[in-house]
Design a binder for this molecule. Structure first.
Ligand code: ADP
Ligand code: ASP
Ligand code: MG
Length: 418
């Protein structure tokens, strides 16, 4: 008997019929003798609808109250799923994050899980029930409802699996695994049967929303066996087949396998670039610029400082597009005059495209092949950043699809090529 945590995303619980199917699938696992904890997201579109309503009332919603509103979508899903399980003759119980003791810090809208109380779940599992837990939400020490950031139900699933010492965490979604890139953008993308933890972490943090980055971090920290698979297959496919389907996130590189140099391509659409023009090139300038931005809780990603000319330099960095206007404003009002910069300019329509692969460690010339491919398409690179297993470039957003497709082909990732 194994303990399995299954997480179903928005599309997978997007209708009453799909919720019934989730119940059938969970019962199939329970009937095979496994203990099953199911984590669910809000029905597809629901979290967006809730946030949009909040914004109609307060354009920049109060974070505590936004979490009160945004967390409700998951509560509907858990109640409906528990009913579906009972209607199909299986004992089940639903829990919100608060009820089941998912403790987080107080960073509303992007809270981090700190601890999970297993007591009620264990008792229910031992009594033969299927436990249904709301994803995306928790409670802080003061009893406030918190949410874990968009896509946070993945993290709820993996964190529950870690806390319970589950044998496997299955992330059921609307694609049948992790692909070489988003199959909605590149139809030729191929499914990976395994991906290393490091690569998955890079892919997620560089924009592949198939898994929330923190869920991958959790899996790494607690060595959770994690698999991404489809919820849209017939619910009654044989268990043995389902257990081997999708993509397994692995912790050891399989040395015997012939690995591609580049395993995947990730992209993030909503980037913006800011340039502080002609600042005196002296110690403390980068610190002053970035501490003003960081102080307003704005995350900075790529950073470039040019070679100085006549004691002056340009300093560029990227932020999320949602923070663009605020960043410009902060720099113009409180920093520009202070550091003696000539101007603050920017481009809110940038995007980041990254190639990822552990194979890069042992291969030279990967970055230059990427740059050549982009130049052949006439795409100008605005910024570059690298690590041991990835190269990222910032480009104009209108070239995103073209860049991803060209790179996918150039690095032999198209399905028919492999
Ligand atoms: P869920 O609601 O199940 O959490 P998401 O929409 O959050 O689903 O994530 C699944 C989506 O992630 C897919 O529909 C796909 O468009 C997108 N995606 C992005 N990159 C990848 C990738 N490399 N492999 C598979 N899917 C990806
Ligand atoms: N419902 C939340 C969202 O849409 C959490 C999730 O689906 O993972 O972001
Ligand atoms: Mg998701």
């Amino acid at each position: 008997m194994a303990l399995i945590v299954q997480k179903y995303g928005g599309t997978s619980v997007g209708s009453v019929e799909r919720i019934k199917n989730v119940a059938r699938r969970a019962i199939k696992w329970a009937d095979a003798g496994h203990q099953v904890v199911v984590v669910v997201s809000a029905m597809s579109g629901e979290t967006n609808r809730l946030i949009a309503m909040a914004r109609e009332i307060q354009p920049d919603p109060d974070p505590r109250e936004l979490d009160v509103v945004a967390s409700t979508g998951e509560q509907v899903s858990i109640g409906l799923l528990a009913m579906a399980l009972k209607a199909q003759g299986r004992e089940a119980r639903s829990y919100t994050g608060f009820q089941v003791g998912i403790r987080t810090n107080s960073a509303f809208t992007k809270a981090r899980i700190e601890s999970i109380d297993q007591t009620r779940m264990r008792a229910d599992l031992d009594a033969g029930m299927i436990v249904v837990v709301a994803g995306f939400q928790g409670v802080d020490d003061a009893g406030n409802i918190t949410t874990l950031g968009r896509g946070g139900s993945d993290t709820s699933g993996v964190a529950l699996a870690a806390a319970l010492g589950a044998d496997e965490c299955l992330i059921y979604t609307d694609v049948d695994g992790v692909y070489t890139t988003d199959p909605r953008v590149v139809p030729e993308a191929s499914k990976l049967s395994t991906i290393t933890f490091e690569e998955m972490l890079e892919m997620a943090s560089l924009g592949s929303k198939v898994l929330q980055t923190r869920s991958v971090e959790f899996a790494g920290k607690y060595r959770v066996r994690l698999r991404v698979l489809s919820s849209l297959t017939p619910w009654d496919i044989p268990l043995e087949q389902e257990m081997r389907s999708g993509t397994l996130i692995t912790f050891e590189e399989d040395q015997t396998m012939e690995r591609a140099v580049v395993s995947g391509i990730a992209f993030a659409r909503d980037e913006a670039k800011i340039t502080v023009v002609r600042v005196p090139d002296r110690p403390g300038i980068a610190y002053q610029i970035l501490s003003a931005v960081g102080g307003a809780n704005i995350d900075v990603d790529m950073i470039v400082q040019n070679q100085s000319v006549d004691g002056y330099t340009d300093f560029s960095f990227t932020v999320g597009r949602g923070d663009y206007a605020r960043t410009l404003d902060i720099l113009k009002t409180s920093i520009q005059a202070h550091i003696g910069a000539k101007d603050i300019i920017g481009d809110p329509k940038a995007c980041k495209v990254s190639i990822v692969g552990v194979g890069m460690r042992s291969h030279a010339g990967v970055a230059s092949k990427m740059f050549r491919t982009l130049s052949e398409e006439g795409i100008n690179i605005q910024m570059i950043s690298t690590s041991e297993i990835k190269v990222s470039v910032l480009i104009e957003e209108k070239y995103l699809e073209l860049a991803v497709r060209a790179l996918h082909k150039a690095f032999d990732l198209d399905a028919q090529a492999s």
